[in-house]
Design a protein around this ligand. Structure first.
Ligand SMILES: *[C@@H]1O[C@H](CO)[C@@H](O)[C@H](O)[C@H]1NC(C)=O
Ligand SMILES: *[C@@H]1O[C@H](CO)[C@@H](O)[C@H](O)[C@H]1NC(C)=O
Ligand SMILES: *[C@@H]1O[C@H](CO)[C@@H](O)[C@H](O)[C@H]1NC(C)=O
Ligand SMILES: *[C@@H]1O[C@H](CO)[C@@H](O)[C@H](O)[C@H]1NC(C)=O
Length: 508
């Protein structure tokens, strides 16, 4: 997905920290040769063909069609369903080593369970084969907000334990059909944001929340309990799929399965002890919610204490299944937030997920649009935190990028600076012992964004939405990434960006 969703949550005073990094030069050769560079998209955001060849709606289709995304939908999106060959060629033009995409569950298995749709199967086989024929490694996510609507209607989707079985069967189909060629799987995308955004605030599909919490007048839901229940079921579904992969496929297919989390870099607002503790609490509620069960087999103590009986408990057998159920962690990172202790959050009687965390988010150290402040140490910090708090697991940075208005210039210098600085942060983390294995920009194209629709994008390629052919145009960032991947030395140097701009002009 990718968006500064918290912008909508709190009256933030935007603390713009301009922190362009000092300007060390580096190149592709400074990264390990098997470190992989790619870019990504997700099914509903890019495929289009929403009602074609047997696909049925997902909860994201329903959300968009209810007018929640500036009236826009993913019905057509970038039409990658029909243009995948062209798009793989665009990746090859840049020199991408990998492409991260997701499978639409309701395209592959239209009713959520039951027969596999041959047209869906054919599409993903075609895409995977096209990638491999260009030497591009597929990294596949199984679920990215687009749960089949039928399962939501039938039993409430992720809030029902029935989802564990259906998800495992769906995962089994994917491993069986594509696992001979796909070596990197991730299960459910950013459950930590999904849990909060979809079941506490209710501003993400399937829009469940309850008064006085939630930002919408949700007609269903319970903000006090459902965020915890949904994430619990996601963890069980994830672990069950990993268990199945390990038992049935891993030895033959030699692949890896991980889970992808959303991360902020949290910065204590003051030097006070309270803010330091609040920052740790914020990390526990955001990262620990998912990573503590995966690494240690249980939720963080502070979550259990603050949420009490509202957070489900793992049985012994479940804890055993969940603990260690990953080969790598996917990290999604865009920005930083200042954290201030909120003692009131801990004493209110009726609480939801957000109040349980008892922190106030004061501001961002990154702002989108053109007033960019670039804080490469934020991603470096997240990678360092994973190393120290979770035993240095293998990591892929699966999303990182900068949002700009759709109609802004192809000369996206802010995005180039952003990538240049954040990659330097990744390199610094690697040099300090982080086990990071790859870096993927969000996103390959300007896709259908969760909040912005087509009004803003993160793409290396601009997509002309007015053009019936949805023609793609490379931005400066596409050229920059391509140069970098060809071995050119880069570094956040204003002169170099100027030089890039000139190259760009000569390209177009
Ligand atoms: C929720 O309902 C209240 C009262 O009917 C209304 O004032 C408010 O605008 C609604 N909020 C949203 C986000 O629809
Ligand atoms: C949410 O669930 C809890 C626990 O079952 C219950 O006490 C509370 O009343 C529910 N809230 C709403 C709004 O339904
Ligand atoms: C881009 O779109 C926004 C909002 O639609 C508009 O206000 C702005 O003037 C446009 N800018 C350009 C350069 O067309
Ligand atoms: C490097 O790693 C060490 C040990 O894990 C840590 O204490 C230190 O803060 C890290 N340095 C930076 C600059 O992140």
């Amino acid at each position: 997905m990718s968006n500064p969703w918290f912008l909508k949550l709190v009256g933030i005073s935007l603390a713009l920290v301009v922190e362009i990094c000092s300007g060390d030069k580096y190149s592709r050769n400074d990264f390990p040769s098997d470190f992989v560079f790619g870019s990504g998209t997700s099914a509903y955001q890019v495929e289009g063909a929403a009602n074609e060849d047997g696909r049925t709606p997902s909860i994201w289709d329903t959300f968009a069609h209810a007018g929640n995304v500036h009236g826009a939908t993913g019905d057509v999106a970038c039409d990658q369903y029909h243009k995948y060959k062209e798009d793989v060629q665009l990746m090859a033009d840049i020199g991408l080593e990998a492409y991260r995409f997701s499978i639409s569950w309701s395209r592959l298995i239209p009713n959520g369970r039951g027969p596999v749709n041959p047209k869906g199967l054919q599409y993903y086989n075609n895409l995977i084969n096209e990638l491999l024929s260009h030497g591009i490694q597929p990294h596949v996510a199984l679920s990215n907000y687009d749960l089949p609507q039928t399962l939501e209607d039938e039993y409430g989707g992720w809030i029902s334990r029935e989802i564990v079985k259906d998800f495992s069967v769906y995962a089994d189909v994917c491993f069986r059909e594509f696992g001979d060629r796909v070596k990197y799987w991730s299960t459910v995308n950013e459950p930590n944001v999904f849990g909060q955004g979809s079941y506490d605030f209710g501003f993400l599909p399937p829009q469940r929340c309850s008064p006085p919490f939630g930002m919408f007048n949700c007609t269903r839901g319970n903000s006090s309990t459902e965020p915890y229940i949904a994430v619990h079921h996601i963890l069980l579904a994830h672990a069950s799929a990993v268990n199945l992969y390990r038992k049935k496929y891993q030895e033959k297919q030699n692949g890896y399965v991980g889970l992808c989390i959303y991360s902020f870099w949290y910065i204590p607002y003051t030097d006070s002890k309270e803010d330091a503790i609040a920052t740790q609490r914020a990390n526990d509620f955001l990262l620990g919610w998912v990573l503590d069960p995966l690494v240690y087999g249980d939720y963080p103590q502070i979550m259990k204490k603050n949420a009490g009986s509202r957070i489900p408990a793992f049985t012994k057998a479940e804890a055993k299944l969940v603990k260690g159920s990953f080969d790598f962690i996917g990290v999604i990172h865009y920005s930083s937030i200042y954290v201030k202790d909120n003692p009131n959050g801990l004493v209110v009687q009726q609480r939801d997920y957000t109040a349980d965390a008892a922190v106030t988010f004061i501001g961002l150290s990154i702002m989108t649009e053109f007033k960019v402040s670039i804080t490469p140490w934020a991603l470096e910090g997240v990678l360092g935190y994973l190393k120290q708090a979770y035993g240095n697991p293998p990591v892929f940075v699966y999303e990182n990028g900068l949002r700009t208005p759709h109609n802004s210039s192809l000369e996206d210098t802010p995005r180039v600076k952003y990538m240049e600085a954040y990659l330097e942060g990744v390199l610094n983390a690697l040099r300090n012992g982080s086990n990071t294995r790859g870096y993927f920009t969000w996103s390959l194209l300007d896709v259908f964004e969760l909040f912005d629709g087509y009004d803003a994008g993160y793409g290396l390629y601009y997509v002309d939405m007015e053009d019936p052919n949805l023609k793609r145009y490379p931005k400066l960032s596409a050229h920059w990434y391509s140069d970098f991947l060809k071995g050119k030395t880069v570094g956040s140097d204003p002169e170099r960006v100027g030089e890039l701009n000139q190259n760009y002009i000569s390209y177009s």
